[in-house]
Design a protein around this ligand. Structure first.
Ligand code: CAA
Length: 427
């Protein structure tokens, strides 16, 4: 497991000292030479640091290595047979990739969001069915519990989830409440010391493999979204039924099911936050989740681009490698540029979260843009491969199919545009 928190805090401490010395230097320069414009430029540029830290690079390389050695073999078969990558997820958990941002005292790896984004990109280049499981467990379930759960809930549930001993799922979507998340039909009736849960949730990632569900349900319908609660439900509770696995276009290895609740008794102690906090909880958690899915889309795009780049240097047509033809070279130029732009948006959103700033807008922008370019780049990667791109052995057709979902889950592209437009219109 990556136990880099101590190193990080030592580095952060040294970083702070450097910052203070740097500020003193700048201040002295300013008062001695009155070079204010230059001083402000220097301060501004100091904060535009695109360099990854040693720890972040180590995480990126470890994830890349894991993806190539553990995920690549068998990825085509898992996709074809819709096989959940249970073994691979277990190993991912042992390496600390399932609770990356969780404090080590709760079994996590204590990393920052940038490291998480880097790892998500690398895993998604090879197997997006694995990375969606990773994203849901890290940013919806573990982050939500660590941020808003109480100490007992953290001890009882978060520790196992962060270590990857158990997997979690986030249950918001319903047959009639996808984008319109306030219209929850699942009810959590207050029965004194427990809630009685009834209803159906749809398209649940990790639906069968999860041991713990975070369920969003309506307690006071008359209060609308302010009457919604978030509950931790154990999958083996009486009254919980897992529906058949969905037969999907992409991310076919991932474990997507409907979950039915019939008179499930959920102890009051399992409610997250105050009575009626559930909708705010869902929105807060989803903002972070969107950074994970943006990074997934980025990874799918960059995986397809790397394959297309390699292929274009090997495949010959009209007497030369196809990369020497401008028609292909220009496609590669556009793909590389779009991927770089998506990566910057993802890193900006992650950085904003790590700074403790409001990242709702930057997360939605990153997801909207990265999922759109994932569509375009994977499509172009298939085109560059020609006939080979249309068959499974060359991987790009799978990446094209996997890309589509990133425009749909954790808020469709239309929902991201709602979030973005409301924010920009507010000024
Ligand atoms: N943080 C905190 N609070 C927020 C918030 C945020 N980011 N966004 C909204 N809220 C609050 C609002 O302030 C408001 O509260 P008050 O009335 O108390 O002030 C309340 O929530 C309702 O907000 P809106 O009026 O804006 O709600 P709306 O009905 O217009 O819907 C929406 C807003 C953005 C469209 C929202 O419904 C939404 O995000 N929908 C998409 C849901 C989604 O992402 N589903 C994905 C399912 S999970 C999944 O896919 C996981 C997986 O398996 C991979």
């Amino acid at each position: 497991m990556f136990m880099i928190n101590n190193n990080l805090s030592q580095k952060q401490f040294l970083g702070k000292i450097c910052d203070i010395l740097y500020c003193c230097h700048v201040y002295l320069n300013a008062i001695c030479y009155l070079r204010f414009p230059a001083v402000f430029c220097a301060l501004y540029y100091k904060h535009m640091d695109f360099q990854l830290t040693e720890e972040q690079i180590a995480v990126q390389l470890a994830a890349r290595d894991f993806a190539r050695t553990e995920l690549l073999p068998g990825v085509i078969e898992r996709d074809e047979k819709q096989k959940f990558p249970a073994e691979q997820i277990k190993k991912l958990g042992e390496l600390g990739f399932l609770g990356m941002m969780v404090n080590p005292k709760y079994g996590g790896s204590g990393m920052d969001t940038i490291s998480y984004v880097l790892a998500m990109e690398e895993i998604s280049k090879i197997d997006a069915s694995v990375s969606v499981c990773m994203s849901v467990n890290n940013s919806l379930v573990c982050w939500g519990l660590e941020k808003y759960g109480n100490e007992d809930q953290k001890q009882k549930y978060l520790t196992q989830l962060a270590r990857g001993e158990k997997i979690g799922a986030f249950l918001l979507s319903e047959p009639e409440a996808g984008s319109d998340a306030t219209s929850q039909r699942t009810t959590a009736e207050d029965k004194g010391d427990y809630y009685l849960l009834n209803g159906t949730k749809n398209w649940i990632t990790n639906g069968n493999s999860a041991s713990y569900y975070l369920v969003i349900a309506q307690t006071y319908p008359e209060k609308g979204h302010r009457g919604i609660n978030a509950l931790i439900v154990e999958k083996d509770s009486p009254g919980v039924t897992v529906g058949a696995k969905e037969n999907k276009l992409g991310i076919r290895g991932s474990d997507t099911h409907s979950i039915m609740f019939q008179d499930v008794k959920v102890p009051k102690a399992n409610r997250i936050g105050d009575d009626g906090f559930g909708f705010t909880f869902a929105m807060k958690v989803l903002a972070g989740g969107r950074i994970g899915i943006a990074a997934q889309a980025l990874g799918i795009a960059s995986g397809a681009y790397e394959l297309a780049l390699k292929y274009s240097k090997e495949r010959k047509a009209f007497g030369t490698e196809i990369s020497n033809h401008q028609a292909i070279a220009f496609k590669l130029a556009d793909m590389a540029t779009e991927i770089e732009a998506a990566r910057l948006l993802c890193h900006k959103a992650a950085w904003t979260k790590d700074q403790g700033l409001d990242y709702t807008l930057s997360a939605s922008m990153a997801k909207l843009f990265a999922s759109d370019i994932a569509q375009r780049v994977t499509n172009e990667a298939v085109q560059i491969h020609g006939g080979y791109g249309y068959v499974k052995e060359f991987h790009v057709e799978r990446l094209l199919r996997d890309a589509k979902i990133t425009q749909i889950y954790e808020g469709t592209s239309e929902v991201q545009r709602i979030v973005i437009s409301r924010t920009v219109l507010k000024g």
